[in-house]
Design a protein around this ligand. Structure first.
Ligand code: NAD
Length: 436
């Protein structure tokens, strides 16, 4: 099939390349000229495992191209919308400027029978409004939310856990769902659940999933706060409750909390939309989820301050991690960088290292010192804090080896990802999150 993908960021670039990898002819369209220039050369503009390979294969095959020219969408049967929906600068709601601009630019290039498939995460009710705007073109709108996880985006796009299609009623909707089945043919053939529903449900599935995940993380972080005043160990608590199949251990990792380009802004946008709908109280708990999450960053900073007996003057602190999570170079709302910036604000000399995210971090926070080599970053540190659980830090950092590099053996494990006993045995003072 011939497809267009409008918006070539973390979602769209992967989607375009993944669709080409399963045999479609795909044009990726974005307003960012530098992004399009690097994608056109087969170079991924961000770190995502597996993306460079499918990008260069797609371009070499002639099935994948990138452009800033919306006219190249002409002739595509399905047009995916994957532009950003960030938090508004002056509120909690989603900023819909980019979605509206993309739809305005696309409308002149649509033919009757085309499918416009929305993938951006939007406030419930958006699709119904967009469908009205598209009515005069004869194109059909489908809402096809995206659940990919950065770091696993290629696998999640080609082989998702489930597919959701919000479609209009009647034959038009049935035809649109069939076309989406054809787009995702390998996943559909292997029996991946394909849920056909209305627009509102499809939009809500995405925000409900993110709200649930955020709540699960903040739940265990709330337990960490209780553990801290009772001497309990939240990691053992999580193991114990996680054995209950109804609860499950995943997303019960207490630490400095969630961040990134999705969860924080999505739960805030959900709260804002629920208030507009007169149901603010239904998701009022998400404010608490947000507040718990942000408190954990403060707690991590406090642990470092306490470990250094309140004296940050001329102290060297090494921050292991900058990306909001491992296997990504995304620093949007990264708790890791937030902690680094706060420590710097307290007067410490902060050195940050990360396997992939330093170039992004340095652009946004030039006041921090960035060192690529992990061991070099550790040299002379008075305290070390782990804020992104890269393998290089969790199992890959030998406490005996690290002890030879630092000035003071103080480690704060902001992700509860280290073997506390091994670090203590190597002479370190170990502080975890919600652990004695
Ligand atoms: P991003 O900022 O990386 O990418 C957005 C892209 O859209 C940018 O490259 C931007 O230049 C482009 N763009 C903006 N206006 C445009 C226009 N008028 N025409 C063409 N391109 C335009 O954001 P992202 O992380 O890829 O997220 C995109 C959407 O997908 C958001 O709604 C997000 O919530 C959702 N989402 C993201 C993920 C994820 O893991 N990143 C997962 C699921 C859903």
């Amino acid at each position: 099939m011939k497809l267009s993908v409008i918006g070539c960021g973390y979602l769209g670039a992967v989607h375009a390349a993944a669709m080409a990898s399963i045999g479609h002819e795909v044009v990726g369209i974005d307003v960012d000229e530098s992004k399009i220039a690097s994608l056109s050369q087969g170079e991924a503009p961000f770190f995502e495992p597996g993306l460079p390979e499918i990008l260069s294969d797609g371009i070499a095959s002639g099935r994948l191209s990138f452009t800033t020219d919306m006219a190249q969408a002409d002739g595509a049967e399905v047009h995916f919308i994957g532009v950003g929906t960030p938090q508004q600068k002056d509120g909690y709601a989603a900023d819909m400027t980019y979605v509206n601009a993309a739809i305005d630019a696309l409308i002149p290039h649509l033919q009757p029978g085309d499918i416009v498939a929305g993938k951006s995460t939007v406030p419930v009710g958006t699709a119904a409004g967009l469908a009205e705007r598209l009515a005069s073109t004869g194109a059909t709108l489908v809402w096809n939310p995206e659940f990919l996880r950065e770091g696993f985006a290629v696998k999640d796009t080609v082989d998702p856990d489930r597919l959701v299609a919000g479609v209009p009623l009647g034959d038009e909707g049935a035809r649109a769902a069939d076309i989406l089945r054809e787009v995702y043919h390998p996943a559909v053939a292997k029996g991946t659940p394909f849920i056909v529903t209305d627009y509102a449900t499809a939009e809500l599935v995405k925000v409900a999933a993110n709200a649930f995940l955020a709540t699960k993380i903040s739940f265990i972080n709330a337990m960490a706060e209780i553990a801290e005043v009772t001497g309990a160990d939240v990691t053992q608590l999580a193991d114990a409750i996680g054995h209950d199949a109804r609860i499950g251990r995943r997303f019960l990792g207490a630490g400095i909390g969630f961040g990134g380009g999705c969860l924080p802004k999505d739960i805030r946008a959900f709260t804002a939309r629920a208030e507009e709908l007169g149901r603010g109280e239904s998701v009022g708990f998400l404010r608490e989820v947000d507040a718990i999450n942000l408190r954990r960053r403060e707690r991590a900073v406090q642990l470092v301050v306490d470990a250094l007996h309140g004296d940050m003057f001329k102290k060297n602190i090494t921050v292991l991690g900058a990306a909001f999570k491992p296997h990504s170079d995304d620093i949007r709302d990264s708790p890791a960088l937030d902690v680094a910036v706060r420590l710097r604000g307290l007067g410490a000399w902060v050195t940050v290292t990360d396997p992939e995210a330093l170039h992004n971090a340095a652009r946004v926070h030039p006041q921090l010192n960035y060192v690529e080599d992990r061991d070099e970053a550790l040299r002379g540190a008075d305290a070390v804090i782990v804020v992104t659980e890269w393998d290089e830090y969790r199992g890959g950092l030998d406490p005996e080896h690290a002890a030879q590099l630092v000035a003071g053996r103080v480690i704060v494990d902001g992700r509860n990802c280290l073997d506390a006993a091994a670090w203590r045995a190597a002479g370190w003072t170990y502080y975890g999150m919600g652990r004695p």
